[in-house]
Design a protein around this ligand. Sequence first.
Ligand SMILES: C[S@@+](CC[C@H](N)C(=O)[O-])C[C@H]1O[C@@H](n2cnc3c(N)ncnc32)[C@H](O)[C@@H]1O
Length: 266
Amino acid sequence: MISWLRKKISYLFIKEDPKAHAFDSFYRELFQSRCYQEIARELQGHPHPPYNLSTPQAYKEVEKLLKESIASAQNFDLLDWGCGSAPLLGLLELKGVSYLGVDFSAVVLDFARKKFPTAQFLKHHQNFGLPQKKSFHTVLAIDSLYPHRPSETLHASLSRALRYSQKELIILQNIYRGEAELPQFPQWERNIVDLTADFKDLIASWQEALQRPEVISDSEKYPLLWGTISQEMAKHQRSLNAERNDALPQKNLFKRYLIHYSRKLN
Ligand SMILES: C[S@@+](CC[C@H](N)C(=O)[O-])C[C@H]1O[C@@H](n2cnc3c(N)ncnc32)[C@H](O)[C@@H]1O
């Protein structure tokens, strides 16, 4: 009871979420494990360790969208929502872009700040308003816009992210009920790129990598990291299989989507 109360108070008043500490512990192992970093580079093409499920193809699509909007905007600023280790900055040349990465894990932000000293980072919980009362040309969320409270829906997470955007929201996200799960907003156009086939290949490669002797031995040193990755990959595999086998396809339509919401022109 006391621990429940403490959690509640810290969540409501100090704006600390115990989940942030769980992410801290996870990221500590991730940054120490060379084995994870090598496999992430081999399978996902990342020059520095991220924790996401994007592939080089997915990043190309994100890059295409960003380049178009940078070219057409006068003042382009980008909010990277749940930025993690800011892999985007390692992959794309974002010259002349003002970048703010927000995340609730202090450990990952410490890493990102050292790696990208000219970018701005802020420790921030998605459920609370940003301290600056400003909006950004573009908001980007790669594998970071998922419900955090049991009551929260994708609709609520999206509405919150859209509040910070002047022009567009780009998200890369797993969707479990097909397009029906994705809300339409009256002021916003929605475009989808389906990356499910690409994602299937990535999950198969990760499943294979998890059987390698070096990973099995690394798991003894970094149990939280590899335990989490194994559970996640198994979950994604189940979702992908359900898509093929379920007799009620509309109930289980797993998709990996890049979704682009752009403000409608009046
Ligand atoms: C799967 S990682 C993706 C990170 C990054 N976007 C990338 O592509 O590597 C999800 C990130 O969201 C952050 N996160 C999760 N819940 C959050 C919340 N409620 N507020 C802020 N950040 C959160 C985690 O700390 C983590 O870095």
